[in-house]
Design a protein around this ligand. Structure first.
Ligand code: SF4
Length: 759
């Protein structure tokens, strides 16, 4: 990871209102700069429309067909498409004049700023520059390296959450046809903990809430570990609609994020000129990693109040009819000491009682969460406790109620539905084998962390990434980068140059693909693809722009081309690439919920997948019932003088893509190497705002250091700190992962601050 100096960073202090006129101006400025007038108009008016393309950024759902505005996107969606549909190009002349050494010295932002890739590029062993290679030669090289492997499990196939359903389905078919379940994906690093906890407790690894539950039905929305103003901005207009109807919002976050405080809706005149809508009714400055204690505290109070006035607080009929494990969970909560709850959550009993009072006044409650919950050692336990909270009052399986994990990347949920998982259930693998008449491997494969370990240990010959920026997204940057160098061949399907292309294996290929905005023309004519949003709606996405280069291929065509190079005609790779309807026919036969896929996805707005807990209070768990669980607090022990650091995104960033160097809502301008710390914590260490510090994380195997960060005195809770990823990923030990889900603990890293050492 490149260290860039922090000179020139300006700090203005956090804002208390999100979106408004500034967001509109910045969206348009960015679009015009990257795309020009005509291209901007064509692109932005097609975005998130029924006959247009799905935003390639987050997975927030669209309103029903007929209820969408002409500008159905947010500032960050506009940044994402401008970034993809830029007129800048990075072709063979660029690679001839830029050595890998030069490129490695550039920041992530600079690498992507060069523009769209235009043709396949190859890096030979020991070479200093990428050189052009034909598609046939690139795919033949990749196929031959895969064939040379002694064991199919010496390959790993990584998927980023942008891949369409069609590409993802074909990709997992390719890996399994080869004989491996090594299918790590970005979900391993984000909502794996949600999937694990929800599958265990309610029998489905996804949320059960629809957009209308928030806008039309719920009485109370609890938002934890999530910053919607930056990460899912159109959620703010949905929250605003709920507020105008009378719903209340409780939010808990170690940072007072602008998007949780007040929202100026750019779609309404009053939103542009007025003060905006106050969103949060009750804000809780919870400690980093304190959410389990907070929910346990709320649950304890609900049970105490039920004991005081039986039959008035919890939903006994629901619990008796649909749940098990209640008695054990109740005993665990009864034994919980308030001192432990307060210590672990950073909240007082009175603050937690205020939440319980809000809950008791609400007939229907939704809980929304994101990475602030999922990337901790006890993340799965935290989400299980959220489920306990919902079950206590029957808040699953009726309108306006339920769990709502909010997904980060546009099709990350769909990719998992399509079989991108290292441990898909046998029922799926059986159907896949029957559909294609192939032998399907059963041994579980590597997830993301295990893939890095395998690379490090010399057990991977070919690493193939369908999108994403693996080395920037993953933890323990120094370990991951040196692990990557031990791989025989690294292959990246990508739209733009990124760090994973310049931190490579012994040989490397970059295969340039179409973006979501671009027309996809195949043998049978123009194709569309499908995606699944955070609320299980499956819908079509039609690219509208001419491809950025005549040499680009779709992700489907690239995978199918490799499939044919490896296995010949076999399962019909070429036919599927020529007509995506054939892929959807196979999906309909293999993936539950996709019967009549082609017909149903033709509906404007698509269709919703079954969610049995919501649809019929059916729970596909081991016992057939929704499960209460007992979750010990197990708070992180922070040594004297240390802080708990969480990694966060800036407002000019989507996952590893850095659009610019500002973070408007947190008042940062012109740089990213900042660490947000409470002023009293700085003073206690003899430091002050604007001092330069190194961040040092401590772990069993030693210390890790991230150098030269500007300290920013910030109104976060004492004992807590925050810094941007990927810059702070170097601090996250590879072996520090969540129990059960193996998700890196990027939201709770024990660090200390030291005066910056010279680099
Ligand atoms: S909320 Fe998410 S999906 Fe919607 S436009 Fe913004 S970034 Fe794109």
């Amino acid at each position: 990871m490149v260290d860039h100096a922090s000179d020139g960073i300006e700090v203005h202090g956090p804002e208390s209102v999100a979106v408004g006129r500034v967001a509109v101006r910045l969206s348009m400025t960015r679009a015009l700069k990257e795309m020009g007038v005509a291209r901007s108009a064509r692109t932005l008016t097609a975005m998130n429309q029924v006959d247009g393309f799905d935003c390639p950024s987050c997975a927030w759902p669209d309103p029903q067909a007929g209820e969408r505005s002409h500008a159905e996107f947010c500032e960050n969606g506009a940044k994402a498409v401008s970034w993809e549909a830029t007129r800048e190009r990075v072709g063979r002349a660029f690679f001839a004049t830029h050595s890998l050494e030069q490129l490695r010295a550039e920041s992530d932002h600079e690498l992507e700023s060069h523009g769209r890739l235009t043709e396949p590029m190859y890096l030979a062993r020991g070479a200093s520059h990428y050189v052009p290679i034909s598609w046939d030669d690139a795919l033949a090289l990749c196929a031959s390296r895969l064939r040379e492997m002694a064991d199919p499990n010496r390959a790993a196939f990584y998927t980023s959450g942008r891949a369409s359903n069609e590409a993802a389905f074909l990709f997992q078919l390719l890996a399994r046809r080869l004989g491996t379940n090594n299918l790590p994906d970005c979900s391993n690093m984000c909502h794996e903990s949600s999937g694990a906890a929800l599958t265990e407790t309610i029998g489905i690894g996804k949320g059960t809430v629809s957009l209308e539950d928030i806008t039309d039905h719920t009485d109370l929305i609890i938002i934890v570990g999530q910053n919607p103003g930056t990460n899912h901005p159109r959620m703010l207009s949905v929250l605003e609609a709920a507020k105008r109807r009378g719903a209340r919002i409780v939010s808990a976050n170690p940072l007072p994020e602008a998007g949780l405080v007040r929202f100026k809706n750019p779609q309404r005149a009053r939103g542009l000129i007025g003060r905006g809508t106050a969103l949060t009714d009750l804000f809780l400055p919870v400690k980093v990693n304190g959410d389990l204690a907070m929910f346990a505290g709320v649950n304890k109070i609900l049970l105490e109040r039920e004991e005081a006035t039986p039959g008035t607080v919890i939903d006994r009929d629901f619990i008796e009819s649909y749940c098990d494990g209640f008695d054990e969970a109740r005993e665990g909560l009864r034994d919980l000491a308030w001192s432990d709850v307060e210590e672990a959550s950073g909240l007082t009993r009175r603050q937690i009682e205020a939440v319980a009072t809000e809950v008791m006044a609400a007939r229907s409650v939704i809980v929304c969460w994101a990475m602030g919950i999922t990337q901790h050692r006890n993340a799965v336990a935290t989400i299980r406790e959220i489920v306990n909270f919902l079950l206590l009052r029957g808040n699953i399986g009726r309108p306006g109620a339920g769990p709502s994990p909010i997904r980060g990347h546009s099709n990350v949920q769909g990719d998992r539905t399509m079989g991108i998982w290292e441990k898909m259930p046998d029922s799926f693998l059986d159907r896949l084998g029957e559909e294609f008449n192939i032998e399907v491997p059963r041994a579980h494969g590597y997830d993301t962390v295990d893939t890095i370990r395998a690379m490090r240990d010399g057990k991977i010959d070919v690493f193939f990434a369908l999108g994403g920026n693996f080395v920037a997204a993953t933890p323990d940057t120094a370990v991951t980068e040196s692990a990557m160098a031990k791989v025989g061949l690294t292959v990246h399907v990508a739209t733009k140059l990124n760090r994973s292309h310049v931190v490579h294996g012994e040989e490397a290929l970059i295969l340039p693909c179409l973006g979501r905005t671009e027309r996809d023309l195949q043998a049978s004519g123009e194709q569309f693809v499908t995606v699944e949003d955070s609320m299980s709606m499956v819908h079509a996405s039609h690219g509208r722009l001419e491809p950025g280069s005549p040499h680009l291929r779709s992700e489907v065509a690239i995978i199918a081309g490799l499939g044919e190079a490896l296995f010949g005609a076999d399962v019909g790779w070429r036919a599927m690439a020529g007509d995506y309807r054939l892929i959807r026919r196979h999906i309909a036969n293999v993936v539950p919920g996709f019967t009549d896929f082609e017909e149903r996805v033709a509906n404007p707005g698509g269709f919703v997948l079954p969610r049995p807990p919501r649809d019929s209070r059916t729970f596909d768990t081991a016992s057939g019932k929704a499960r209460f669980t007992h979750n010990a607090l197990d708070a992180i022990q922070v040594p004297e003088g240390h802080l708990i650091l969480q990694t966060v995104r800036s407002h000019d960033q989507f996952n590893t893509t850095v659009y610019g160097l500002d973070d408007r809502y947190r008042g940062i301008e012109g740089g990213r190497r900042v660490v947000f710390v409470n002023e009293a914590d700085l003073a206690a260490r003899g430091l002050a705002d604007a001092d330069m510090v190194d961040l040092v994380s401590v772990w069993d195997d030693g210390e890790r250091r991230a150098r030269s960060f500007r300290a920013v005195a910030y109104p976060t809770l004492r004992g807590c700190a925050a810094a941007y990823f990927p810059e702070a990923n170097v601090l996250v030990p590879l072996d520090s992962t969540a129990v059960t889900s193996n998700t890196p603990t990027s939201k709770s890293i024990v660090i200390r601050l030291e005066a910056a050492q010279p680099t």
